[in-house]
Design a protein around this ligand. Structure first.
Ligand SMILES: Nc1nc2c(ncn2[C@@H]2O[C@H](COP(=O)(O)OP(=O)(O)O)[C@@H](O)[C@H]2O)c(=O)[nH]1
Ligand SMILES: [Mg+2]
Length: 426
């Protein structure tokens, strides 16, 4: 490197010296500063709900955030899957949350379910792409950029008791490198307690056998590792949602009432709703946001940059900088352009030569035709001249004969007269 300064290289640890402060400095307030800044900026969380129409997606969202998102039920007759995003501004004490809920309208409703997941994959990719494009700008405004990358994908499993459908497996497999998948058993009140346990184990086994990586609650942070590892063993959560309330004691609770009894949404003996809310919102929301950025987005970014031809190492596996790659690509591109230009020029010359040869050939033909015409003309003329000469000779001959005859005629006349005279006198 030009003007490089030689620095004696010692391992980082040897350069680092641990010092003791002799009084309070104040950087122990850094975590508080971080908290205050984050609270000021507010938080963003984007959830995608995947599941067949009528599985209780909208109801569960209302139950999870304890509000009414006012969604309208969708029909079963859509020709394709549409992704609809709605953003809401929520506030709990001083914390503001910009929540986006993406609904997969019409998912699994088509006869041909093969492409059901395609729109979902495309949607997730296009949110990553938007973020990448903002990141690649010279003038970036990432803080004000609408970050719509999906942080959590709730996959609603139909409570059949028969394990996963193939569309579930295929879709989750397509998504597991792109998003944090949290599978949940929907409408869990429709399945009996013993069946539910079997159903859960069956789902876990099927996911494992098919190599589908679902989101695991992190166990590396000791403050939550215990609760998270317990919760990991309870997945997939079997949930119930409701927009109806009933009075229990002196509290109104979300519940579903049936002729034989009542299911309380927030009763842990009735379903895993509380577990889901605890894991998704109260404990691991930040982890999901971080995993989305550091794992899923990072993977997308890496793939895209590689697609564009960038890499951290060159063909010989030596480190290469972004600028070097760019310059190599630029010079390759210019070379290619030059080569194309040369090829075109050569082609042009060849074409011109061909045309010239063609023209020459045509000229030669013309000359030949002209010569032939000229020759024919001369011959014709010669013939005509000959004929004319013959005719002239004939005229001369004729005239000569005519004169001759005339002369002969005159003399005969005299003779006749003479005879008459004779006769007359006889
Ligand atoms: N049994 C039962 N029904 C539910 C549950 N959640 C929602 N439903 C009902 O299922 C129907 C469809 O719910 P909705 O939330 O609109 O489904 P979406 O199409 O997936 O958004 C509604 O009649 C809900 O009352 C549940 O947990 N258990
Ligand atoms: Mg809905």
């Amino acid at each position: 490197m030009a003007g490089g300064v030689d620095v004696e290289k010692t391992p980082m640890e040897e350069q680092l010296r641990q010092l003791k402060l002799s009084g309070h400095v104040g950087f122990d307030s850094l975590p508080d500063q971080l908290v205050s800044k984050s609270v000021q900026n507010g938080f963003v969380f984007n959830i995608m709900c995947i599941g067949e129409t009528g599985l209780g997606k909208s109801t569960l969202m209302d139950s999870l955030f304890n509000t009414n998102f006012e969604s309208s039920p969708s029909p079963h007759s859509l020709p394709s899957v549409k992704l609809k995003a709605h953003t809401y501004e929520l506030q709990e004490s001083s914390v503001r949350l910009k929540l986006t809920i993406v609904d997969t309208v019409g998912y699994g409703d088509q006869i041909n379910k093969e492409d059901s997941f395609k729109s979902v994959v495309d949607y997730i990719d296009s949110q990553f792409e938007n973020f990448l494009q903002e990141e690649l700008k010279i003038k970036r405004s990432l803080s004000s950029h609408n970050d719509n990358r999906i942080h959590a994908c709730l996959y609603f499993i139909c409570p059949t008791g028969h394990g996963l459908k193939s569309i579930d497996l295929v879709c989750m497999k397509k998504l597991d490198q792109k998003v944090n998948i949290v599978p949940i058993i929907a409408k869990a009140d429709t399945i009996s307690k013993t069946e539910l346990q079997k159903f859960k184990s069956k789902i876990v086994a099927e996911l494992e056998n098919n190599g589908v990586h679902i989101y695991e609650f992190p166990v590396d942070d000791e403050t939550v590792s215990e609760v998270n590892s317990t919760m990991n063993s309870h997945t997939p959560f079997a949930v119930v949602g409701s927009t109806d309330f009933m009075r229990v004691g002196n509290k109104m609770v979300r519940a579903r009432q049936y002729p034989w009894g009542t299911v309380q949404v927030e009763n842990e003996a009735h379903c895993d709703f509380v577990k889901l809310r605890e894991m998704l919102i109260r404990t691991n929301m930040e982890d999901m946001r971080e995993k989305t950025h550091c794992r899923h987005y990072e993977l997308y970014r890496k793939k895209r940059l590689e697609q564009m031809g960038f890499s951290d190492v060159d063909a010989d596996n030596k480190p290469i900088s972004f600028q070097q790659t760019f310059e190599t690509k630029r010079s390759n591109h210019l070379q290619e352009l030059q080569q194309k230009e040369d090829e075109m020029r050569q082609m042009f010359v060849v074409r011109v030569k061909e045309k010239e040869a063609e023209l020459k050939e045509a000229e030669k033909d013309l000359h030949a035709k002209f010569d032939k015409l000229k020759k024919d003309h001369t011959e014709e003329k010669k013939k005509i001249d000959e004929n004319r000469k013959k005719l002239e000779d004939e005229i001369i001959e004729y005239n000569r004969r005519k004169t001759q005859y005339t002369q002969m005629g005159n003399s005969h006349h005299t003779l006749t007269l003479g005879i008459g005279k004779y006769l007359h006198f006889a």
